[in-house]
Ligand binder design. Structure first.
Ligand SMILES: Cc1cc2nc3c(=O)[nH]c(=O)nc-3n(C[C@H](O)[C@H](O)[C@H](O)COP(=O)(O)OP(=O)(O)OC[C@H]3O[C@@H](n4cnc5c(N)ncnc54)[C@H](O)[C@@H]3O)c2cc1C
Length: 358
């Protein structure tokens, strides 16, 4: 029997887990602009400890051995093909869009690991660090630096009224207090226009006219959604006002019989989490198997998940929001902050928890 062709666009958490799960059940092609998968929630540890990055940057070929890998960016979709920036036309019977968020990062694992090393040098050689943005990335980075390099002066400038606005106000308050206890200076309701700061200049001006001296800075304002490329495609009418893809209860793009979407890019009303993206991948793998086998069995349905989230605060602490409770301290730290789920995620991908030295 001819295997059905499944094309997955995006090799992030959702796409990578789907590719791994489905590779022996269908003829799978994974399209991603880089040769590797990266565990996103561990990247900030990689900045303070570059050897940690070796465990979190995994070549796609390590867990996705059977299918085809196209290292390019998807730029268009027709009824039967995905077109890529390097001119390939990749035919599909079923398409899964998992293009979450985008950012310009290097193509190869070696280049990416070098980038971690040079960012680490930037931190080590600075006496003071400015972090622009107080969402999860800015907060986790500030905490990593404050814990590993307590002598460095860390400042967060955040334009919102509170840190970590994607979760509850209690988590924000506790986090602010913790950061202050580590001597991190947090400036809320202010922004910094980095474009008006000349390269090499160590003086930054905030929107309220404050001056911050910092040897280096990191921009942590969140990556744009990876859906701009869909605006002129056959799913253009299936995007909501934020650019998220509207899906039905089976995670099919609304009104399309053979196109699914998973991960941060979908409009399901839940906190955007990798663990939920893995759940989407699991469900769509199951639904695709049912469709490929035929037989008319009912497809599985997806239920939005509760607003649970843990933000790591250095190596031992964390702040966790559970449905009826928000806790800061060693308990959430024990769940997340030691290994940042890296061993677990590698195991889920069928890999050893550590990278074997050759
Ligand atoms: C600081 C921080 C901490 C976090 N902590 C946690 C945590 O503790 N637990 C948790 O569960 N989640 C956590 N998250 C959230 C988690 O990282 C995301 O929910 C998850 O990465 C979403 O996965 P995704 O596959 O949908 O998208 P992404 O991981 O963004 O992957 C998208 C992929 O698609 C590719 N792509 C984009 N456009 C195209 C295109 N046109 N063609 C081809 N490929 C394309 C990208 O290159 C990328 O590889 C955290 C996030 C951050 C920032």
């Amino acid at each position: 029997m001819v295997e059905k062709k499944v094309v997955i666009v995006g090799g992030g958490v959702a796409g990578a887990f789907l590719a791994k799960t489905l590779q022996h059940q269908a003829n799978v092609t994974l399209i991603d602009p880089k040769e590797y998968f990266e565990i996103p929630w561990a990247s900030l540890r990689g900045l303070v400890e570059p050897s940690f990055a070796e465990r979190i940057v995994v070549n796609h070929r390590e867990y996705f051995k059977k299918g085809d890998l196209v290292v390019s960016t998807a730029v268009n979709i027709t009824e039967t093909e995905v077109l890529t920036a390097d001119g390939q036309q990749v035919a599909y019977d079923y398409l899964v869009i998992a293009s979450g968020h985008t950012e310009p990062i290097p193509k190869t694992r070696t280049e990416r690991l070098d980038q971690y090393k040079s960012e680490n040098e930037k931190i080590k050689s600075a006496k003071s660090v400015l972090i622009v943005g107080g969402g999860p990335t800015g907060v986790e980075l500030a905490a990593e630096i404050a814990v590993d390099f307590p002598d460095k002066k860390v400042t967060i400038v955040h334009k919102g009224t509170r840190l970590l606005e994607y979760i509850g106000a209690k988590a924000s308050r506790k986090t602010l207090k913790w950061l202050k206890s580590k001597k991190v200076d947090v400036k809320l309701e202010q922004s910094v226009d980095l474009n008006s700061t000349a390269e090499g200049n160590k003086t930054y001006q905030t929107s309220s006219g404050e001056t911050i001296e910092a040897d280096t800075h990191f921009l942590c304002i969140g990556k744009p959604l990876g859906s701009a490329w869909l605006r002129e495609t056959l799913v253009k009418d299936d995007l909501d006002a934020d650019g998220r893809i509207k899906v039905d209860e089976h995670l099919k793009v609304k009104g399309k019989s053979n196109i699914f979407a998973i991960g941060d890019i979908i409009d399901v009303q839940e906190i955007k989490q990798g663990v939920y993206a893995q759940g989407h991948a699991q469900l769509v793998a199951k639904n695709l198997k049912l469709l490929i086998e035929g037989g008319g069995k009912k497809l599985g349905t997806y239920k939005a998940q509760p607003p649970i989230s843990i933000v790591s605060l250095g190596r031992k602490h964390g702040v966790a929001q559970f449905p009826f409770m928000t806790v800061l301290g060693r308990f959430p730290g024990m769940i997340k902050s030691g290994d940042l789920f890296v061993g677990k995620t590698r195991k889920d991908l069928g890999l050893e928890p550590n990278v074997k030295k050759s």
